[in-house]
Design a protein around this ligand. Structure first.
Ligand code: SF4
Length: 375
């Protein structure tokens, strides 16, 4: 059973004494950047509206010394929705034969990059399912082409699990960052939501390989998964502290009716905001996206994410006609927007919440300021 944020169900837990203890532990995490599993669990089991506000304030302050109120924009291009993996929560997994599959052409991708560059974007995120046609060589050529046109940019890849030689070849070609959510740090839960051919150990190994090669690495997880408990979420926080990634992507689990997990409740805004804030306190320098999934559970979800410690937005700059087909979850927002309308909308939203867009490349604060062309 999902037990996150029990105050919704059990008001008796919200005594002043309990809430003072929750606030003490939040402050301890802010100061020491680490907390025992037992104390992290205490926060998740007892947090209520009053301590929630305190948590968000602490998380928002924790990012100030490193990033201020800057929000880094990443130009997301969903280059293919083919996938040979069987994640039970995902609308484009190989199990779903109702998907209208597509692959963008190289020209489509380059045009998307050009448009985004003109608007000021300096990071391109190339995302796809695990598409066997996205071979080592194909992606190397693509990275080189993008970097030849736009030297002062960063390329982030989100192309799933690959062998180390492939990751190395893509890095050598000019890729700078790699996103690979660990999805959940609980081995039991991982197995419950993935097909038998998927390996919890291999996914973790991929993350260590990416770090060893020199990528800025992004891990991450879903909140509100069927069967997920607060103990599982504590495992996520502890795993992230050990891995120490440069980026962490956190989104609510959103149920898709054409998946094996159909009929389950989705994660909520507050559950996800709590986890964002705890990650910010634990890893104050991390780049933390306020995800489109947050904007899908609540109209102002992404903006509320900023107030809970997030500092990255990832607007989709790919061709509008394909956006609806990258349906990893249902009712995704912005699928009819163009690159330009999305850009205007996002800038307005960010400034309304006392943040400002930063059009630098937006590296992690510990990364040396050099372009991959200089490597
Ligand atoms: S989550 Fe990624 S790897 Fe898993 S099925 Fe969806 S696109 Fe494929």
């Amino acid at each position: 059973m999902n037990t996150i944020l029990p105050y919704i169900k059990n008001k008796a837990l919200t005594s002043e004494k309990v809430q003072n203890r929750v606030k003490e532990l939040i402050l301890e995490l802010r100061v020491n950047k680490v907390l025992s599993a037992h104390h992290l669990l205490y926060i998740l089991d007892h947090i209520d509206e009053t301590s929630l506000e305190y948590l968000f304030k602490q998380a928002s302050e924790a990012k100030q010394p490193f990033y201020g109120n800057n929000v880094y924009l990443r130009a997301l291009i969903e280059i293919s929705n083919y996938c040979n993996k069987g994640c039970f929560y995902c609308g484009i997994s190989r199990h779903n034969n109702r998907v209208n599959r597509y692959r963008l052409t190289v020209e489509d991708i380059l045009t998307s990059c050009d448009k985004a560059y003109e608007l000021g974007y300096r990071t391109f995120v190339l995302q796809a399912g695990e598409d066997p046609r996205l071979t080592k060589e194909t992606v190397v050529k693509l990275i080189q082409k993008i970097k030849q046109r736009h030297k002062d940019t960063r390329i982030t890849l989100s192309l799933g699990e690959q062998d180390k030689a492939t990751y190395q070849a893509w890095f050598d070609a000019g890729a700078d960052r790699y996103l690979l959510r660990h999805e959940t740090a609980s081995k039991t839960l991982y197995k419950a939501i993935h097909s038998n051919d998927m390996s919890y150990e291999n996914r973790r190994q991929c993350l260590y390989n990416l770090k060893a090669i020199g990528y800025q690495v992004g891990a991450g997880f879903m909140v509100g998964l069927p069967g997920q408990t607060n103990e599982h979420l504590v495992e996520d926080l502890i795993y992230l502290k050990q891995l120490n990634p440069h980026m962490v992507g956190i989104g609510p689990y959103l149920c898709h009716e054409d998946t094996k997990l159909k009929g389950n409740a989705s994660g909520t805004l507050n559950e996800t905001l709590v986890m964002l804030a705890l990650v910010r306190l634990s890893l104050p320098k991390v780049l933390l996206p306020s995800t489109t999934a947050l904007g899908t559970v609540d109209e102002t979800g992404r903006e509320q994410g900023l107030l809970a410690g997030a500092n990255v937005f990832m607007p989709n700059v790919g061709p509008t006609e394909y956006k609806k087909d990258y349906e990893i979850y249902q009712n995704k927002i912005c699928v009819t927007d163009t690159t330009e309308t999305c850009y205007i909308c996002v800038r307005g939203r960010i400034s309304q919440y006392q943040h400002q867009v930063n059009f630098g490349v937006g590296d992690h604060v510990d990364i040396e300021r050099m372009t991959s062309y200089d490597r």
